[in-house]
Structures are given as structure tokens and as C-alpha cells.
Design a protein around this ligand. Structure first.
Ligand code: HEC
Length: 161
């Protein structure tokens, strides 16, 4: 009983801290660039959530690297194209670059991956603090910070649904 009260208290404190930080921390641009073109990227999996359809893309080189157990090359983009009502609503992008992890302190760092939210017109959503992206994706640190690592490994040319 005592234990669960403590947990509730901790949860409320954490929530309050996030609420306060949410006001103080400003969104930022970072090193992530929108890919020059999406045409060269491979659409390897689709995730559907209610009315949202997510097409997830990356480079052929990244897919090969994952299959062969090699590090994903610097410069690689992962793009999640979020479609709603048949139109692009936004793009979530992860990009990796040499030493990019050093831009963040150790608690926030997701190796050399950085994250960005782009609207359909490819402008950055300045209301988003990308530490939220990093915090959630850090639970996948064993899989290159990727949620769709299994689909990447299994991809043989047909989009995995
Ligand atoms: C609450 C957890 C959570 C947060 C926050 C989050 N993601 Fe994700 N992300 C996921 C999950 C889960 C997937 C797998 C696709 C799905 O299930 O919708 C994913 C997939 C992705 C992918 C495709 C590559 C992969 O990991 O499989 C990209 C790119 C991505 N997210 C970028 C972002 C960006 C950019 C942000 C912040 C603006 C963000 N994510 C915030 C959970 C999260």
C-alpha cells in the first residue's frame, strides 16, 4: 500500500516536472535535414493506426547494413510519412551523423541519431521539443533506436504490413 502511494506520488511529480519543463523548453532546429528527395528511399513497412497510415522509408544501404549486422551508415535517413484522409499530414525524420550525439548530454543522447518533425510543406514544427522523440526511441537502444527494426531485418522487397 505504502509502495503504491509512493508510486502515485512519483508519477504525479514526474508529470508536474514535464508540465513545467514543457513551458520552459523551447523547440529547436538541429542537424536533421529533410532528405533531398524521397524517391531514392525504400518503403519497407506500413503501420496503420486508426485513420493514420504510416509509410516508413530508408535507404537501401541501411537495409543491407541491418541485414548484415553492420552499423547503419552516417547520413542515413529514416522517414515516417504520416498520411491522413489520403494526404500527407506530417513527416517524422531520424537522421544519423558522425558525432551528432555530442550535441546532447548523456541522458538525452540517442547515439548519433537526431529527430525532427516536418509538416507536409516540409517546414519544421517549432512547437515540438525533439527530446520527446529521443526519450521514447531510447527504449529501442538495442535496435539502433528503431521501432521497426524487425521489419527491416525481414524485408525482402515486398512492403511489410
Ligand atoms: C511515445 C513513443 C514515441 C514518440 C514520442 C515518438 N516515436 Fe517515433 N516511433 C514510435 C513507434 C512505436 C514507431 C513505429 C511505428 C508505429 O508503431 O507507429 C515509431 C517510428 C518512427 C520512425 C520510423 C523508424 C522506426 O523507428 O521504426 C521514425 C523516423 C520516427 N518514429 C521518428 C520520430 C520523431 C521525429 C519523433 C518526434 C517528433 C518521434 N518519432 C516520437 C514511437 C514514438
Amino acid at each position: 500500500m505504502q509502495f503504491s502511494k509512493t508510486r502515485v506520488f512519483l508519477a504525479i511529480s514526474a508529470f508536474a516536472a514535464v508540465a513545467v519543463l514543457g513551458v520552459q523548453v523551447h523547440a529547436e532546429t538541429n542537424r536533421v535535414q529533410f532528405p533531398e528527395t524521397l524517391d531514392g528511399l525504400v518503403h519497407y513497412t506500413t503501420v496503420r493506426r486508426g485513420d493514420v497510415t504510416e509509410h516508413i522509408l530508408t535507404t537501401r544501404e541501411a537495409i543491407e547494413a541491418v541485414k548484415q549486422g553492420r552499423p547503419i551508415p552516417n547520413g542515413t535517413h529514416f522517414v515516417l510519412v504520416d498520411h491522413r484522409d489520403g494526404k500527407v499530414y506530417r513527416y517524422f525524420v531520424m537522421q544519423k551523423g558522425e558525432g551528432w550525439g555530442n550535441d546532447y548530454d548523456k541522458d538525452r543522447r540517442t547515439e548519433d541519431w537526431q529527430f525532427q518533425w516536418f509538416w507536409a510543406d516540409r517546414s519544421i514544427n517549432m512547437d515540438e521539443n525533439t527530446s520527446r522523440c529521443q526519450s521514447c526511441h531510447s527504449s529501442r537502444s538495442e535496435e539502433n533506436h528503431l521501432y521497426t527494426f524487425d521489419a527491416l531485418s525481414a524485408f525482402e522487397g515486398t512492403v511489410i504490413e
